[in-house]
Design a binder for this molecule. Structure first.
Ligand code: BES
Ligand code: MN
Ligand code: ZN
Length: 491
């Protein structure tokens, strides 16, 4: 399992660049002003940085850029990275620069001569986020050394303190990525529940509901998805009570389909392997709960994930079957591949009945249609409440995670009418992401603030993003953590 690199914050001695690690980074402003350590590096390299600053190409350099010099003569390092940073830096810019630095130093020991840079903690978080690899199933020739990162700063204690909660968030992001990247023969419903139970160690209260209990609760739509699989369906509950005693919690609900074959409405073979990521919503809920617990957030948050596997078998749900949800409404299952909503509707209902939350946010890799609409840049955001929705959009913007609001409305909902049951589980092909959201909204109580996040396009991608190598991104952990910080924390 991947872990966040240990970052050390040490005293800054701008004159001493001897005995540095393999990679060293120094700071220069876009106007070409070197800081003290950069001047030392410039002197040792006999003016290499000054020549770079004088070059034509540097004129186009923007804040956040990293310019690397391999084997800098005169310096005892494999690589010298010039970090171009303006003095007025936003947290996101600092984090992006850190991520670029991590990509450029590729896991080699790295020292950043950060001097008096503010936002050095965010820079370190960028490094932590981008230093992720998933090598659990690679037979490597030799064990990879732990990534070692040193940030030399004039106020190392202050920066270390600012970094601690940011490192907690990076830990959460890494956990989400590990879950999403893990193949389905390893991350079965039971293994997922085990990993959640492992988080008792960091102070989360964990409960796992087994099939028998789910049956008693009447979660028939959820169970109908998992009944074709040999892996038992489960609902795992994670509680973080860092807020005022008795205050209503925020509920996070995640779709945890550990593998989605489509069931009897079987998916085509091409690309089916990608459906190992169909537990992405549950992965984000789990990673967010980890981040909140590690940084001891002063808020009450409960995470609930529906863990099932959608398989075809002699016992699987058929198209045309009618099942009753925990709420009591009946659903005609037209397409067994529209299974995520069947899992979520029962968990969303249960979350409201049991916890009477102040708001519900659900996350799911719910529809291919959201990828057609928004690509891999933005998650689809659906909500019945402008206030919480705007707060979330703001949190996502502050964290540089793409999110775009989509509409809801009665005309879409009407597409779910069934001839024989209270509703069917699919509308037509048009507006597939919206009709999926309408289905979920039928299970949200009147006046309950609710957001649905369709993360099918952003949970796992085929090329590297600013903060992650290709594969699982961990999208949403940072935005949700930020939402909790700005809207739910008591101080
Ligand atoms: N898990 C899929 C959605 C998905 C597609 C996630 C691509 C990630 C990448 C979901 O369960 C599904 O199969 N949705 C169907 C719904 C349809 C049958 C109404 C879809 O999008 O095709
Ligand atoms: Mn499906
Ligand atoms: Zn699915």
């Amino acid at each position: 399992m991947s872990s966040v690199p240990a970052v050390e914050f040490s005293e800054y001695d701008p004159k001493d660049l001897s005995g540095m690690s393999d990679h060293v980074a120094v700071l220069v402003t876009p106007e070409g002003v070197m800081d003290q350590a950069a001047r030392t590096a410039n002197r040792l390299t006999k003016g290499a940085i000054a020549r770079l600053i004088d070059s034509e190409s540097f004129k186009k350099a923007k804040s956040g850029q990293v310019i690397s010099m391999a084997w800098p003569a005169g310096l005892a390092a494999d690589s010298l990275h010039i970090l171009v940073l303006s003095r007025k830096l936003t947290p996101v810019e600092a984090r992006q620069a850190g991520a670029k630095l991590a990509a450029a130093s590729a896991g080699k020991p790295l020292t950043i001569m950060a001097g008096s840079m503010h936002k050095a903690a965010e820079l370190a978080q960028g490094i932590a986020l981008r230093s992720y690899t998933f090598e659990a199933h690679k037979s490597l020739d030799e064990a990879k050394p732990e990534v070692a990162v040193t940030v030399a700063h004039k106020a190392p204690e202050e920066i270390a303190e600012a970094y601690a909660p940011l490192a907690a968030v990076a830990e959460g992001v890494h956990m989400t990525r590990d879950l999403v990247n893990e193949p389905a023969n390893v991350l079965t419903t039971s293994e997922f529940a085990n990993r959640i139970e492992g988080m008792r160690e960091i102070g989360l209260e964990v409960e796992v509901l087994e099939e028998e209990e789910l049956e008693k609760l009447g979660m028939r739509t959820l169970l109908s998805v998992g009944q074709g699989s040999d892996s038992p369906s489960k609902v795992a509950i994670m509680k973080w009570n860092g807020g005022a005693e008795g205050a209503a919690p925020l509920a996070l609900v995640g779709k945890g389909v550990v593998f989605d074959t489509g069931g009897i409405s079987l998916k085509p073979a091409g690309g089916m392997e990608d459906m190992t990521m169909d537990m992405g919503g549950a992965g984000v809920v789990t990673g967010t709960m980890k981040a909140l617990a590690l940084r001891k957030a002063k808020a009450n948050v409960v995470g609930l994930v529906g863990l099932v596997e959608n398989m075809p078998s002699g016992n699987a749900t058929r198209p045309g079957d009618v099942v009753k949800s925990m709420k009591g409404d009946t659903v005609e299952i037209i397409n067994t591949d529209a299974e995520g909503r069947l899992v979520l509707c029962d968990v969303i209902w249960y979350a409201q009945e049991r916890f009477n939350p102040s708001a519900v946010i659900d996350l799911a890799t719910l529809t291919g249609a959201v990828i057609i609409g928004l690509g891999h840049e933005n998650a689809g955001v659906f909500s019945n409440d402008d206030e919480i929705c705007n707060a979330f959009l703001k949190a996502a913007r502050l964290e540089d995670e793409g999110a775009w609001r989509m509409p809801l409305g009665k005309a879409y909902d009407d597409q779910l009418k069934s001839r024989i049951a209270d509703m069917k589980n699919v509308g037509g092909r048009p507006a597939g992401s919206i009709t999926a959201a309408q289905f979920l909204q039928r299970f949200v109580k009147d006046d309950m603030p609710w957001i649905h996040l369709d993360i099918a396009g952003v949970a796992s991608v085929k090329s590297a993003t600013s903060y992650a190598p290709k594969g699982a991104t961990g999208w949403g952990v940072m935005a949700l953590n930020r939402l909790v910080a700005i809207k739910y924390e008591t101080e």
